[in-house]
Design a protein around this ligand. Structure first.
Ligand SMILES: *Cc1c(COP(=O)(O)O)cnc(C)c1O
Length: 406
């Protein structure tokens, strides 16, 4: 019999060959448009620091002020003694930004998604017997999938529709039309992180209304990013304020530290405060993060040029990289997948790009389908035109050397 350690060793060897999650290259600096790696300055094209707030002077200053005013840690969960007035203020600010009635903070968006589905579906709410159904996009984020796994199988049917395929979703909703479901929930990412595509929220809002379903959207890659003022996918799709439930992270565009939220109807949020286990039994967000995230939202609301710069940079990078002869997935999100095909090629290319001063990550099987290996560029407002040009020059050089230009 092999020992557990033997088995782990064998599995580690297998994982090493896939090289998916290994290959961590440590930064020797703050997260920014240009970072230090192996003692060298390189252009960052792999972070979720979309609007450049991770190391923004106003956000840094606010975070330090947070510690001065309210200390380092809260040492409590929210309902015992871990609610400071600043938590309530940040929740109000997020609601205002998103055009919702109320918001509940979590330590991460993972925690928010993990709480949401089970909190709602595992409660009988006085019904003797009931059944709920969730329709989930096939490419939804792992946290949405895991969140649904906490729903009891006896009372929740979990269904999957083809990625962004409204015909498939409609077919399933129609099939279930006469089933006596209590809640019908449609769950989707706002932006899908492997492809950089936006969910068709305009249609989803309509469909949810038609079928009396609750629309849940995780807008982690979109808040601060999509739409003219960075309100997210709903703004980009013309349905701002019309999505029933929005979740999101404060760990990407909104300063990039940590934290997440659920936002929506006030009754739903009040209910979450009573039932969401990752809220009730897990520590309160520290004051530095509350202040920092608050400052990030203030910057976005005060200064439209930040989001505008991201959009300008994105359009510029997309146009130029395609012009060099790379195959990219079309769109307008700062996630720009550069398609290469074979995993080995993506691995080699990201390695050589790092040598040429560009930090970028490759994605390959099993994260994306076999034969669809890619480099995922993520544009940021923290990049100057000179930074982007430097990255493009490196792409051209390495692309030519590896013979991947069209
Ligand atoms: C990044 C991400 C998360 C996780 O957010 P954390 O706050 O880091 O837990 C959840 N959902 C989506 C769609 C994400 O992109």
């Amino acid at each position: 019999m092999p020992t557990p350690v033997d088995m782990l060793t064998a599995e580690l060897q297998r994982l090493e060959e896939l090289r998916t999650f290994k290959y961590e290259v440590p930064l020797q600096s703050a997260q920014d448009g240009v970072v230090r790696v192996n003692g060298k300055k390189v252009v960052m094209l792999a972070s979720n620091n979309y609007v450049g707030l991770s190391n923004h002077p106003a956000v840094r200053k606010a975070a330090i002020q947070g510690i001065k005013d309210y200390g380092y840690g809260v040492a409590s969960v929210r309902f015992i003694c871990g609610t400071q007035d600043i938590h309530l203020k940040l929740e109000k600010k997020i609601s205002k930004f998103l055009g919702t009635e109320d918001t509940i903070l979590f330590s991460s968006c993972w925690a928010a998604n993990e709480a949401f589905f089970a909190s709602l579906t595992n409660e009988s709410l006085g019904m003797e017997s009931y059944k709920d159904v969730i329709y989930s996009d096939r490419l939804n984020h792992a946290s949405i999938i895991d969140g649904q796994r906490l729903c009891k199988a006896e009372t929740t049917d979990r269904k999957i529709y083809k990625h962004a395929d409204m015909d498939d979703l409609l077919r399933q909703l129609e099939q279930d039309r006469t089933s006596p479901y209590r809640f019908r929930i449609i769950a989707t990412d706002g932006v899908f992180s492997m492809e950089g595509d936006l969910a068709p929220l305009d249609r989803l809002v309509d469909i949810a209304r038609t079928y009396g379903a609750l629309l849940f959207v995780d807008d982690s890659h979109a808040v601060g990013v999509c739409g003219k003022t960075g309100r997210g996918t709903p703004e980009a799709k013309g349905v701002h304020g019309q999505v029933d439930v929005l979740t999101g992270t404060l760990g990407k565009a909104i300063g990039g530290a940590a934290g997440g939220y659920i936002s929506g109807r006030k009754e739903l949020i009040s209910f979450m405060r009573q039932k969401a286990r990752t809220y009730i039994f897990s520590n309160s967000l520290p004051p530095s993060i509350v202040y920092g995230a608050g400052a990030a939202f203030d910057l976005l609301m005060k200064n439209r040029s930040i989001v505008k710069k991201l959009h300008t940079n994105t359009a510029y990078f997309r146009k130029k990289i395609a012009g060099l002869g790379f195959t990219i997935l079309e769109g307008d999100h700062p996630i720009v997948p550069v398609m290469l095909g074979e995993a080995a090629l993506a691995q080699q290319m990201s390695k050589e790009l790092l040598k040429e001063g560009v930090y970028i990550k490759g994605l390959w099987y099993p994260v994306v389908p076999k034969g669809e290996a890619r480099l995922r560029a993520q544009v940021s407002a923290a990049l100057s035109t000179a930074d982007i040009n430097r990255a493009l020059a490196a792409f051209e050089k390495v692309g030519r050397r590896l013979n991947v230009l069209r």
